[in-house]
Design a binder for this molecule. Structure first.
Ligand SMILES: NC(=O)c1ccc[n+]([C@@H]2O[C@H](COP(=O)([O-])OP(=O)(O)OC[C@H]3O[C@@H](n4cnc5c(N)ncnc54)[C@H](OP(=O)(O)O)[C@@H]3O)[C@@H](O)[C@H]2O)c1
Length: 255
């Protein structure tokens, strides 16, 4: 795909854009000419990323935001509109994986906090941005970062798998509702990707060996492999694609 200028004039908001998958997505978007707002709790990571992207065609703007706090999400969208303009592309990427382990030991607090960060943040950001997209009539694009853990059960991952499965179904419902307004909604379900988030798995020698022995593409993925899919979903190349879950997992779920 010819990336150059494909998102010129667009404003993208990427949660968790300071590291890992979100940073790779933001880099691709800025490389394609978009003005990209990256948002997460730690301003220092965001500032490092924005500096790194300074030579790219699109501008990168860091804004601190805890996605589990409604007033911070409201501030994020307000600041984005002030500094960059209304949001055309929203990537719900920030997530947490509280309560890993025995499902019998999961607390209500872990469950509720994970819902707030992994799912409710997307609901709230969509509420804050999609009405404007519809009103402007220029289309819009939402990309939700789910997981293959939302497609098949992850042993010891009750809370995380449940929230990702919820995000996948919400993606399809939103796509059905917003399609007539030109707003497309898709999800990406990554397999194991080398980021801080998943180091428990990829640093585990036994897990790694098992993955290499069973996964059709026998290696761990890298964040840019999700960045490429996100750029496709945000670009006019995917203008007839909505309500889909794009699985990027080296074939892990193909078996
Ligand atoms: N890596 C994998 O193997 C894998 C596989 C499937 C799906 N995923 C999904 O991919 C997405 C990105 O994960 P990653 O692997 O790139 O992990 P990562 O490198 O640990 O990045 C997570 C990002 O989320 C942000 N974040 C966490 N809690 C937040 C909060 N309360 N408010 C705002 N931002 C918050 C973090 O920034 P701050 O710390 O600055 O807040 C960070 O930018 C997640 O949705 C994850 O579920 C990852």
């Amino acid at each position: 795909m010819n990336e150059s200028g494909v998102l010129q004039g667009k404003v993208a908001l990427v949660t968790g854009g300071g590291r890992g998958i979100g940073k790779a997505i933001a880099r691709r978007f800025a490389g394609a000419g978009a003005t990209v707002v990256i948002a997460s709790r730690k301003m220092e990571n965001l500032e490092v990323a924005a500096k790194e992207f300074a030579g790219l065609p699109g501008r990168t703007i860091p804004i601190a935001c805890h996605v589990g706090r409604v007033e911070q999400l409201e501030n994020l969208v307000r600041e984005t509109e002030k500094q960059a303009g209304p949001v055309d592309i929203l990537v719900n990427n920030s997530a947490t994986s509280l309560g890993q382990g025995s499902s019998l030991e999961v607390t209500d607090d872990q469950l509720l906090k994970t819902i707030e960060i992994n799912v409710l943040s997307a609901v709230r950001l969509i509420r804050l941005t999609v009405p404007g997209m519809i009103e402007r009539g220029a289309g819009g694009c939402i990309v939700n970062i789910a997981s293959i853990a939302g497609l098949r059960p992850q042993n010891g991952g009750l809370v995380y798998s449940f929230t990702k499965a919820g995000l996948i179904m919400m993606t399809r419902v939103w796509a059905v509702e917003f399609g007539k307004h030109g707003v497309r909604v898709n999800a990406i379900a990554p397999g194991l990707i080398q980021t801080d988030f998943a180091e428990y798995f990829w640093k585990n020698e036994e897990y790694r060996k098992q993955l290499e022995a069973t996964q059709p593409i026998p290696r761990i993925g890298v964040p840019d492999e999700i960045g490429g899919m996100a750029l496709y979903l945000a670009s006019p190349d995917s203008s007839f694609v909505t309500g889909q879950v794009m699985v990027v997992d080296g074939g892990a779920t193909a078996r």
